[in-house]
Design a protein around this ligand. Sequence first.
Ligand code: SF4
Ligand code: MG
Length: 313
Amino acid sequence: KNLTKNYERKKGIFTSAKKKIHAVDDVSFSMEKGETLGLVGESGCGKSTLGRLIIRLEEPTYGKILFDGVEITGLKGRRLRNQRCHFQIIFQDSFSSLNPRRTVGKIIEEPLSNFGIEREKRRERVGELLMLVGLEAEHAFQYPHEFSGGQRQRINIARALALQPELIVCDEPVSSLDVSIRAQILNLFRDLKKQLGLSYFFISHDLAAVTYLSDRVAVMYLGKIVEILPTKDLESKAYHPYTIALLNAIMEPDPKQKTTQKQLLEGEPPDASKPPTGCRFHPRCSKAKEVCCRYEPTLKEVRKGHFVACHLS
Ligand code: SF4
Ligand code: MG
């Protein structure tokens, strides 16, 4: 609810002056148990920060996070740890997120020993987890560098599953993989969800990957969620000009349609320390009206389960 995260960054090397970055700005949404909510947007729009806020890897400047009715913002020490087993994260870089000096077995075991599970049981569980993600129990004795990118991401997934979480934040988990491997890992996510009843908060700049896995899609632009809708409605009912531009970028050109009508995205997203006035998208929006430069649109439900932040909606 109303999640906000501001950072301070130095303005340059030769100055101590600081600028405030509004990474996440007043974002509210909810997720159902067993749901996959995809979060899409250009790099630097605040997606990763939002994912890290949700599982308390970062503290919000403002706002609340509730998990299964329990407010987890502000929890500390043991009470936070008790909640932590419910939510885990998988990072984009499958290499730096695995300690090169430890065996795969030790890496996957770590969360289990943090929660005081006995050694025998831990070993057994590591074998089960490796098989669950399509590896073999013997892989526990090898080191991360002995595996390919896709296999390393499987190890990351196994570690994230160790404590039987309910929610996994997946922060661009396939972006660093070869295209041929991506589909395999996406399918693994899909199978695990079915088998274990998981919920995913699935972050990606790749709308195609997001639509493949998600029940609903949330679109983020410069720290704000500008549209949320069911994935099945994305192609036919998406409304926000930014969502349409993202869609147009991945759709096959239709020979019957004049391509000149396509709204495509131009230019770079503006500096997050100085977001444009009014609607943040207005400098790049082909539909912008005068009102757009002055007033910021709020996220409103335009149809059941479909939310849009645009003055023209
Ligand atoms: Fe474009 Fe205006 Fe809608 Fe913003 S509010 S997306 S500028 S039409
Ligand atoms: Mg990111």
